[in-house]
Design a protein around this ligand. Structure first.
Ligand code: MG
Length: 177
């Protein structure tokens, strides 16, 4: 069950107060793309995604996109957003992200993974050894390959809500968990 349990929870990455990152020593965000930053069908970053990156920069936080989606989709979006990216990340496996962290000489303690899926983003954070913020999907539509995972995800979340696991980890309200 621990593999499914996020460190933090928020309705959306856009609801997290900027002060949260400093208070929790987060310097780097490994953000999922599809249904975390923007809907999977959005080819260009939305205004709020562009603003988020600027806001994060202003408090010394760097956002890097880490996505299981293919290179073209991720690179084009990341370029328009003005951020670095890691595509075909093979989440929930952790080996590619661990290698990325090592090659970039990043400090795992300063990294926060953010994603909308327990079966990919949350498990991968555990296998990578970094903290994770679980969010709700931006839209209720999914890529076909995500539909099965989403079904399982909903069942796990139902239990997590029932036992207040997500509520205890909520950071939406002024950074208070
Ligand atoms: Mg996603």
């Amino acid at each position: 069950m621990c593999l499914f349990r996020p460190t933090y929870y928020s309705k959306s990455i856009y609801d997290v107060p900027l002060s949260f990152f400093e208070e929790n020593n987060i310097k780097i965000i490994f953000s999922d793309l599809d249904n975390t930053l923007d809907a999977f069908f959005e080819k260009e970053p939305t205004k709020r995604a562009l603003k988020l990156v600027e806001d994060l920069k202003s408090v010394g936080v760097t956002l890097i996109i880490t996505s299981n989606n293919h290179g073209d989709r991720v690179k084009n979006y990341a370029k328009k957003l003005g951020v670095e990216c890691h595509y075909s990340s093979k989440k929930p496996l952790g080996y590619k992200l661990r290698r990325f962290i090592k090659n970039k000489n990043l400090n795992k303690k300063e990294i926060l993974m953010v994603g909308d899926q327990i079966l990919t983003d949350v498990i991968s954070s555990k296998l990578t050894g970094v903290r994770v913020l679980l969010v709700e999907p931006v839209v209720n539509k999914d890529l076909v390959i995500t539909k099965f995972n989403r079904f399982i995800d909903k069942i796990i979340r139902w239990f997590q809500h029932k036992f207040k696991i997500l509520e205890k980890r909520e950071v939406t309200n002024n950074g208070k968990k």
